[in-house]
Design a protein around this ligand. Structure first.
Ligand code: PRP
Length: 174
């Protein structure tokens, strides 16, 4: 593995501390209400595992498969659903969990298709927010870290399917 191309941006201890804070804030905001947490695959799978445990209480886990980058380092702007939710979300408090919001196109599309399914409420949570390339006006309800305009990998984020298993967020320099 070409580790010399990676430099740590957010170390594991900072990630975990921030996720505990976010989880506590989310649970405080919803009180004792049940919450359906929708992880957007693949990138969110590691964050999803940690954030649902940090939220605690009555949580249901759902997953939505989406792809927009198709293996490169730049978005294609085309959002594709690869796996739909297994259960209805009508009447439920829903929280969409992403690893990163970059152009905002994916989240914008997901919010539109989920809103028509009649959730009781619909909010968003992203571990990372990269505002530099925003193409649509998305305000994320819960953000872990706002990051600079760098290509990042690790903790679920990939480059051509590599690096998702790093326990920290790193900047990838070609
Ligand atoms: C990434 C990420 C988000 C999306 C964000 O997914 O997980 O879903 O891109 O980018 P945007 O704000 O510019 O739309 P990707 O298509 O890389 O698929 P993956 O999650 O399977 O890695």
């Amino acid at each position: 593995m070409a580790r010399e191309q990676l430099s740590v941006l957010i170390p594991e201890d900072r990630l975990q501390a921030r996720i505990r804070e976010l989880g506590a804030k989310i649970r405080a905001d919803y009180g004792d209400e049940p919450l359906t947490v929708i992880g957007v695959l693949k990138g969110s799978f590691i964050f999803m595992a940690d954030i649902v445990r940090a939220i605690g209480g009555d949580v249901r886990c759902e997953f939505l498969g989406v792809s927009s980058y198709h293996g490169g380092t730049r978005t294609t702007g085309v959002v594709r659903i690869t796996d739909d939710l297994r259960n209805p979300i009508e009447g439920q408090h829903c929280l969409v969990v992403e690893d990163i919001i970059d152009t905002g196109l994916t989240m914008d599309y997901l919010l539109k298709i989920l809103a028509v399914r009649g959730p009781k409420s619909l909010r968003t949570c992203s571990l990372l927010d990269k505002p530099a390339h925003r193409e649509v006006d998305i305000t994320c309800d819960y953000v872990g870290f706002s990051i600079p305009d760098e290509f990042v990998v690790g903790y679920g984020l990939d480059l051509g399917e590599r690096y998702r298993n790093l326990p920290y967020i790193a900047v990838y320099s070609p």
